[in-house]
Design a protein around this ligand. Structure first.
Ligand SMILES: [Zn+2]
Ligand SMILES: [Zn+2]
Length: 345
């Protein structure tokens, strides 16, 4: 078991028993998977230093690229015509492709390496999220929830408007928007681990048994409803412009892919504020107590402030309940299962 920094208040909040039962170890047959040490060991101090760099470089590059595309007239949708969609897709997905290639070369845990069946299933999850669930839900949230918060903003004392025309300004506004949105998401996520009714939407994401950049979108459609709740509130309340929303989305996608990646990134400065893959791997741990830490998927500062942060790097395996990978059908159907059946998975 790892050392966990929890407050007395958190201990009171934690359920008396795991939402998903611990497995009967006698029933788990010995795995053929390669053995990896529970805590990653860097080959040298220099290697450890080098792994501090990719996360800030990828996140900042992605935000800067989107900000340049927005502020540059030569790259505007008008100038690019049909090429604009291609550019958006490239800017959005190139960090993912880079991370997937890196996972094959600098694998953190060999047991988590995806096979072709895993890739095919993950592509299915990404495409259904990108083309069905997220568009459906963002349409739903556009009204009346956003309108209600816009009304609050216009009729109360909140004078903040997140808008910028320069690249550093857009990046700063995007980080502020993400941090505020993650404050709401932090509490939704924490409740998902505390209450069965919310856990049934979140359980699908925790039944992944391998970490990979591909896995951030393995999310049940009902959970997208909860996840998407924070962003429109903050954007409407803070009056964020479409430009700020675009850069903020680039940061959000990048954070999701990086924190799920099977790579040994760890940066003491960047990860004081932004979630590291190690923080989120611990949240996906099969160990019940470890999985009740690090609820911030992109911004870790709220965990630090509310006492749910853990810096442990000790993770034997990830997954929930029995720790077995569920079928595609079960991953969708489990949200409708009775409580006992969800606990037995
Ligand atoms: Zn969770
Ligand atoms: Zn996750």
């Amino acid at each position: 078991m790892s050392s966990i920094q929890t407050t007395a208040a958190l201990d009171e909040l934690l359920p008396d028993e795991p939402l998903a039962k611990a497995p009967d170890t006698a029933q788990i047959k010995e795995s053929d998977e390669p053995f990896d040490p529970p805590a990653y060991v860097y080959k040298s101090k220099f290697t450890e230093f080098l792994w501090k760099l990719p996360q800030p470089v990828i996140a900042l590059t992605s935000m800067i690229a989107v900000a340049i595309a927005i502020t540059s007239e030569a790259m505007s949708p008008k100038a690019l015509g049909e090429g604009a969609d291609l550019l958006t897709a490239f800017l959005l997905f190139s960090p993912l492709l880079l991370l997937l290639a890196a996972e094959r070369v600098w694998t953190k845990k060999k047991a988590w390496l995806l096979n072709w069946k895993d890739y095919a299933e993950d592509i299915f999850w990404i495409f259904t999220a990108a083309y069905i669930w997220i568009p459906l839900i963002s349409d739903y949230y556009r009204t009346p929830i956003s309108d209600a918060f816009e009304w609050i903003r216009e009729n109360t004392f909140v004078p903040i408007t997140l808008e910028a025309t320069t690249i550093p300004g857009l990046i700063l506004c995007a980080v502020v928007a993400q941090t505020a949105a993650e404050f709401i998401y932090y509490w939704i996520h924490r409740c998902s681990h505390r209450y069965m009714i919310a856990w049934r939407t979140h359980a699908t994401h925790h039944h992944i048994t391998k970490m990979s950049a591909m896995r951030s979108n393995r999310t049940h459609p009902t959970e997208f409803l909860a996840l998407s709740f924070s962003t429109p509130i903050i954007l409407a309340l803070f009056g964020a412009t479409p430009e700020v929303i675009a850069v903020s989305a680039a940061l959000g996608f990048c954070n999701g892919w990086i924190t799920h990646s099977n790579l040994p990134m760890r940066s003491s400065i960047w990860n004081w504020f932004f979630t590291s893959p190690e923080h989120h791997q611990l949240h996906h741990s099969h160990d019940f107590n470890d999985s009740n830490t690090n609820f911030g998927c992109g911004i870790i500062i709220w965990d630090r402030l509310f006492g749910t942060f853990s810096s442990s790097s000790y993770i034997e395996r990830c997954g929930s309940g029995t720790g077995k990978q569920l079928s595609l059908f079960e991953q969708y159907a489990l949200a409708l299962y009775p409580d006992d059946k969800i606990k037995s998975l």
